[in-house]
Ligand binder design. Structure first.
Ligand code: 6GU
Length: 220
């Protein structure tokens, strides 16, 4: 998979994309991630990327030209363009699975007070990561990339994401490791039993109970 990210702040991505599983996925050639500072595409003599809003009001608005030219330099028939914006569709695991099957994703990170409305015409999807406002789309795009890349075949053990929370629309079951008794807190007996059918039943029940208790909305 190829991932291109349009951002005015490329340095924000350094830590996240150069650590742990996302770093290894790139080294193993599972994904190629490139950050593009669309300021470089500005045709303005001072490389301006924003301007004041028509009709007045506070703050600056990202201009069309640099973002259109940058996207058009990257896009092919196979590309899907994702615009990160708080008024997008709330992100969830099923979207991560669907995006992980694409060949080429282009992310547009908005910033400042907003972007020219016509930039939306570039997007195949508009996505939000929750009902709160971030200073820009960078952190949101990192959230999407992380959740998508881990689902690319061979990036992590397949078995790990067969057990993911949300996989069956349910939260994950509780897990434990040694010791069996830590400061009086005991591991459920059934997990020590070696009876795999019983263990499966226990885990399914825990998934259901935990979802009912914490996220009843997921059961609807
Ligand atoms: Cl995608 N962008 C911004 N700026 N804020 C957000 C968001 C995205 N998702 C939730 N809040």
């Amino acid at each position: 998979m190829k991932i291109d990210i349009l951002s005015l702040f490329p340095e924000m991505f350094d830590g996240v994309f150069h650590s742990s599983i996302i770093k290894r996925a790139q080294e193993d050639g599972k994904v190629e991630i490139q950050i593009h500072n669309f300021r470089e595409f500005s045709l303005d003599k001072n490389k301006k990327v924003d301007d004041t809003p028509y009709g007045g009001g506070a703050g600056m608005v990202l201009k069309c030209q640099p973002i259109f030219d940058c996207v058009e330099s990257l896009r092919t028939e196979k590309s899907k363009v994702i615009l990160l914006t708080p008024d997008g569709v709330p992100y969830h695991q099923k979207m991560a699975y669907d995006f992980s099957k694409e060949e080429h994703l282009i992310f547009i990170c908005g910033h400042y007070e907003g972007f020219d409305e016509r930039i939306r015409t570039l997007a195949d999807y508009e996505v939000s990561i929750g009902d709160y406002v971030l200073t820009g789309g960078e952190i949101a795009s990192m959230v999407l990339v992380d959740s998508i890349v881990r689902l690319i075949p061979g990036v992590i053990e397949e078995e790990s994401h067969l057990q993911d929370s949300f996989r069956d629309g349910l939260l994950d079951y509780p897990t434990y490791t040694k010791p069996a008794n830590f400061r009086g807190m005991e591991v459920p007996e059934v997990l020590l039993s070696g009876n795999h059918q019983k263990i499966d039943e226990f885990r399914k029940e825990m998934m259901y109970n935990r979802t009912k208790e914490r996220r009843p909305d997921l059961l609807k």
